[in-house]
Design a protein around this ligand. Structure first.
Ligand code: SF4
Ligand code: SF4
Ligand code: SF4
Ligand code: FES
Length: 948
């Protein structure tokens, strides 16, 4: 194996359609108009020397190394900044050019330490390469002295170093931070020899605005910005392209390895979701794979109060199967079930639901997507006929107006945020609908939202219907689109409903707190601003009206004709890496893969024929129903792969009671997570670096996950499910995940054309992929909706039952922060904790003052469901009356506070609205103290001698 080398064409691809032919060094080449001479030469395989150019960035023209001669033109223009012209004749290798380039390189080298042999970038340094390329042998100028200042290294960032002595001031880092990441954290300070890259005003990287995305490190042609892992481990020797296992953006990475050790993760330029960019999580936070707390041996125990006992795989699997069979024999077939994971691969998820339906003989399977995006599935399938977003991420490059509702992409979907920010800097307009002033409202450099509608949590439906009211009553409906593409009767019913005065912005202002004029202006902008796209997140779905909100979004898009072409659409930003895939694979109790109801005879019979069993016709239990049944005593065993339901599901005490009531809880995971405190069997899981398979991101993009190292626990997760199935008496035979995907393709019409071979050929595929769309479907519903006519649904606003009152006067809403991920099991075990070591409660200064709370004070956060403590962060990001927290740390237990209200259609919990009171506090609550003691007790592992 070798390092995957991507060609750097020097300047970005031109998107022009007109072609231009020119001659370079005697060879004709045809390229799109606007292409640089440097890129055109590269198309012919001619590498013009360069230092300041890279195809991730716009041409800058500062290093003067890429000079060329053009017939009929005086001088030696820079090939990176000079566009091609028809009939142009270019020469890239003349004696004059060679002499000039050597002179330029000599100046660079004279200001650079000559310690190549011991430099961490030796062999991976463009300066070194260029010195060789231009034939530089001697340097006539000195390389030391006061003209070559060395302000010393900055090692403050946990993942990379900055060594200014090696900087050639090419500005690639500064431009990467601006153009690719959009953070504008770096500048070039000083002049001449004293020029130096500076993060902010004489700050360290860690103390600056830097968000540690790594774009500058990747852009740096020297060892000035260098990954600490490269300095520690050495240069990588080979690489494997794989997919990030954190969020639903689905960034492709080259895992660069030395032996079986990961040296670094480099974002892959051919990755169609990320186009060569990354965030701090995927780029740097992979160290949890080798964290000392990772459990690598299977363990069992009779009671959760016992210490764990390490056993062989045979014993652990045999024990789990014996218990499951015993429970079924005593309490019936439906007394056990399982939960699939949105962090595992499609193939693993498919196998778990197959084991439950075919091996357990019931449909008691659910997924963590239940608690995040199940309303997306319901709402979009109702409106359009497909339970998925309509676009690809490239689509944002054509967007003129973006509505962002209930999503905070700079923290939760950072690489998409960078792509959106780039488009906004180009002039697109932004409408933010969110209780908080997220960064994109006014804190991102060069970006200011045209409108921020800071609605009260729980009033999404009212505000979206008011936007529709303006569009309908002010004659802004795209009538041609509606007439041709949608059910007209339903549209008319809906239009009459939204036009009612009670849905006007003036009426809705009273319940939502959003000024009527803001709603009116936002509606006009979206309806008339050409390509309008809506992006949304969990702030839409995790409500008692989550499904209604998704349908209200679909209504807006259809009414304005913003569906079925690049730049528009309805785009759910998925939380976990494979939420889309876990839903697609048939993880819900009522649906087989491809969202087909289990009661459909034809579909069920197809599965029965292939699987050789009779399947239950009735839907099984949802997660919350399983827990209810456990408390009642009729549900006694569960197989949980890759989920921490105790931390991620609502009403923690109820989850704990349900788990505690079961006879056999089997947890398969990387760490002894919170759920494992109640487990009897622990099966060590494998990380994304240790397995083959596929993930599906928020764009419906299926991407390969490739094994870069052997599983430290011994098995990939799909193999563990196979062992359990065999022990349960339902033997399944696969020798590689590609065979599981072949079965998925056979059974699922939208995946009919998908195979690992096709994925290798195409790089990735967006489903549907079948005979009608053999290469997949980037944009959906182009000529018609999947369901036929688009369906308008009347979206009556029904306030949540969760109300504020004298005892609980504030509304709590929750969200994520950039450096941590979900329940934090992985990111808390990396250096990302330097940015976020604890969850904090954001509170408006007015509310804090009323309660005598100062910044950093411990506060008690209490709701009708429970209470916890954490420290306060006083900020105007939240409006008076609203408080906010993240949920990344188990000792905070934010879900002790949340209620058991849920979406009417899907049971997705209402995480985003809880009435609370905040009071000063001295320390942890009784629940937190008990919890810590119980967790410590239940994580004990018996010493090996005792286990033998
Ligand atoms: S790591 Fe990213 S945010 Fe930080 S300075 Fe570099 S490019 Fe900018
Ligand atoms: S730090 Fe690297 S990328 Fe930035 S100016 Fe210096 S050499 Fe160029
Ligand atoms: S966490 Fe999301 S945005 Fe960050 S690298 Fe991974 S997939 Fe990309
Ligand atoms: S690469 Fe063209 S001027 Fe630097």
């Amino acid at each position: 194996m070798s390092l995957v080398q991507e060609i750097d064409y020097g300047t970005p691809r031109s998107k022009a359609t007109r072609q231009v032919t020119l001659t370079i060094d005697g060879q004709a080449v045809t390229v799109p108009e606007g292409t640089s001479i440097m890129r055109a030469a590269m198309e012919l395989g001619t590498k013009i020397p360069k230092l300041c150019a890279t195809d991730m960035l716009d041409a800058f023209g500062s290093c003067r190394l890429c000079l060329v001669e053009i017939a009929g033109r005086a001088g030696t223009p820079a090939s990176c900044t000079t566009p091609v012209a028809a009939g142009m004749t270019v020469r890239t290798q003349t004696d004059r050019l060679k002499r000039l380039r050597r002179g330029v390189m000599e100046l660079y080298i004279s200001d650079h330490p000559l310690d190549c042999l011991t430099c961490s970038a030796n062999g991976d340094c463009e300066l070194q390469d260029m010195a060789g390329a231009v034939g530089l042998r001697d340097v006539r100028y000195g390389t030391t002295g006061e003209k070559h200042p060395n302000p010393g290294k900055d090692e403050s960032n946990p993942y990379f170093t900055y060594d200014p002595s090696k900087c050639i001031v090419c500005s690639r880092c500064v431009r990467a931070c601006e153009e690719v990441q959009g953070t504008f954290a770096l500048t070039i300070a000083g002049r001449g020899f004293g020029s130096v890259v500076s993060p902010g005003m004489e700050e360290s990287f860690l103390g600056s605005e830097c968000v540690s995305c790594g774009a500058c490190v990747q852009a740096c042609p020297t060892a000035t910005l260098n990954e600490k892992s490269v300095i520690e481990i050495g240069a990588p020797e080979h690489s494997v392209v794989t997919t990030c296992a954190y969020c639903g953006v689905g960034c492709a990475f080259k895992a660069e390895m030395r032996g079986d050790e990961v040296v670094r993760m480099i974002p892959y330029r051919d990755g169609k979701a990320n186009r060569g960019h990354s965030c701090v999580k995927g780029r740097f936070a992979w160290g949890y794979t080798t964290h000392r707390e990772r459990v690598l041996k299977p363990m069992i125990r009779a009671k959760v109060s016992d210490p764990w006992r390490e056993v062989t795989w045979d014993e652990a699997i045999g024990h789990a199967a014996f218990e499951f069979k015993r429970i079924q024999a005593t309490y019936g077939k439906g007394s056990i079930g399982g939960i699939t994971s949105s962090r595992c691969t499609d193939e693993e998820t498919f196998l778990v639901q197959k084991l439950i339906r075919a091996g357990f003989g019931n449909n008691n399977v659910d997924t963590c997507a239940r608690v995040c995006h199940s309303p997306t599935g319901y709402g979009l399938s109702t409106a359009f006929g497909t339970s998925a977003g309509t676009q690809d991420f490239d689509s944002v490059e054509h967007t003129d107006v973006a509505i962002l509702i209930g999503a905070n992409p700079t923290d939760a979907h950072p690489v998409f945020a960078s792509r959106l920010k780039r488009r906004l800097r180009q002039g697109a307009r932004l409408i933010v609908i969110d209780p908080r002033a997220i960064d994109l409202v006014d804190k991102s450099p060069h970006i200011r939202a045209a409108h921020h509608l800071p609605l009260l949590p729980g009033t999404n439906v009212a505000v979206l219907t008011a936007l529709a009211h303006v569009i309908v009553t002010e004659g802004l409906v795209d009538e041609t689109f509606v007439r041709e593409r949608c059910d007209l009767d339903e549209f008319q019913d809906w239009a009459a409903f939204v036009a009612e005065p009670r849905n006007s912005p003036e009426a809705v202002a009273k319940v939502s707190g959003v000024p009527a004029e803001s709603i009116r202006q936002a509606a006009r902008l979206y309806a008339t601003g050409r390509n309008g796209a809506i992006y949304y997140g969990l702030g839409v779905t995790e409500h008692s009206q989550g499904s209604t909100t998704v349908m209200a979004i679909a209504n807006l898009a259809m009414a304005t004709g913003n569906i079925g072409r690049p730049g528009v659409g309805v785009n759910p930003l998925r939380g976990q890496n494979n939420v889309q895939g876990s839903c697609d694979m048939g993880s819900f109790p009522h649906e087989l893969s491809g969202y087909r109801h289990i009661s459909g005879d034809a579909t069920r019979q197809m599965f029965e024929a292939l699987w050789g069993v009779t399947l239950e016709k009735e839907p099984g239990l949802r997660i919350n129903n399983m827990l209810d049944a456990a408390v009642e005593g009729s549900f006694r065993g569960i197989y949980i792969q890759g989920e921490d339901i105790l931390q991620s599901d609502p009403d923690t005490r109820h989850v704990a009671a349900g788990l505690a009531a079961m006879d056999c809880v089997v947890v398969q995971d990387l760490f002894l997570n919170e759920t494992a405190n109640y487990a009897h069997v622990f099966l060590p899981g494998s990380t994304f670096l240790e397995k083959n398979g596929t993930f599906i991101n928020a764009e419906r993009r299926i991407q390969l996950v490739r094994k870069v190292m052997a599983p430290r626990n011994g098995y990939e997760d799909w193999q563990i499910t196979l062992m359990l199935a065999k022990a349960m008496g339902y033997d399944m035979h696969y020798s590689h995940p590609s065979e599981i995907m072949d079965e998925i393709a056979r059974l699922t019409p939208t995946f009919a054309g998908v195979s690992f071979k096709r994925l290798e050929e195409l790089g990735s595929i967006q489903w549907p992929c079948n005979d009608k769309a053999p290469d997949g479907t980037p944009v959906m519903h182009i000529n018609g909706f999947v369901r036929g006519k688009g369906k308008f649904v009347v979206t009556e606003y029904i306030p949540t039952d969760e109300r504020t009152g004298p005892r609980f006067p504030l509304l709590l809403t929750t969200g994520r922060i950039l450096s941590q991920y979900n329940v934090g099991a992985q990111t808390r075990r990396t250096d990302n904790v330097v940015w976020h070591a604890e969850d904090r409660l954001e509170i408006h200064p007015h509310d804090a003052e009323l309660r005598g709370i100062r910044d950093g004070d411990w506060v008690r956060l209490a709701s009708r469901a429970g209470e916890t403590t954490l420290r306060a962060l006083i900020t105007q990001r939240v409006a008076p009356g609203v408080v906010y927290t993240t949920f990344h740390h188990p000792d905070t237990q934010a879900n002790v506070i949340t209620t058991d209200f849920s979406d009417w259609a899907t049971n997705c919990p209402e995480y985003k609205v809880t009435a609370v009171q905040i009071t000063p506090s001295n320390g942890p609550t009784k629940w937190q103290e008990d919890y810590v003691a119980q967790a410590r007790q239940s994580r004990r592992i018996a010493p090996l001698e005792a286990a033998e």
